[in-house]
Design a protein around this ligand. Sequence first.
Ligand code: DC
Length: 217
Amino acid sequence: MQIAIDGPAGVGKSTLAKALASHYGMIYLDTGAMYRGVALLASREGIAPEEGAAMDALLGAMDLNFREHDGKKSLYNHDEDLETAIRQPEIAKIVSAYASLGSVRQAMTAQQQRIAAKNDVVMDGRDIGTVVLPHADYKFFISASVQERARRRYLELEEKGIAQNFDELVKDLAERDRKDQTRAIAPLKKAEDAILIDTDHLDAQGVLEKIIEIISK
Ligand code: DC
């Protein structure tokens, strides 16, 4: 079985996808983490998105993989744990520029499809229902206003001890949405056959229950 979850930044896709994966005993694949991993590794090596040959070499040398410890999944490159580094706000600011590259999308999409071919998966991202898993059994597009998403992201980062200015968060989310929606390849978009779930007035448990109810029908 394949469940595709798409939607803008900070809408609660990963919380929902993790809960669904645990409910149905499926694998959860956080595709945003992979794009964040690419952005982190490139910026560390000082490779700008425009440097095509250097980006190709980086993509060829990297080995992004997920490992689980105490029920928590982390993104690794080879044997290096990248999880804390990819969640920093500096990475959120630069990731769209790398995620818009055809070479990056091709490599990530191929890896995501290989994982989905071997496992039952709940995958979350921006292009899962449209590009990565066009034949998914269930497709959901999760939405919420930018103010509500900033409020949620603020609380999430606060819990992790990462301080943020609320207005900056609103600005960053709006800018990231704009870049993700307007890029030429695989933009953030609701698949025609995806079910739209507006979560402005629903908490995480409410969204989960609504989706389980839809699937059980
Ligand atoms: O979901 P997230 O905030 O961790 O995603 C990080 C970035 O990666 C986001 O700005 C858009 C990009 N992304 C993408 O282009 N395609 C995906 N399937 C998932 C994420």
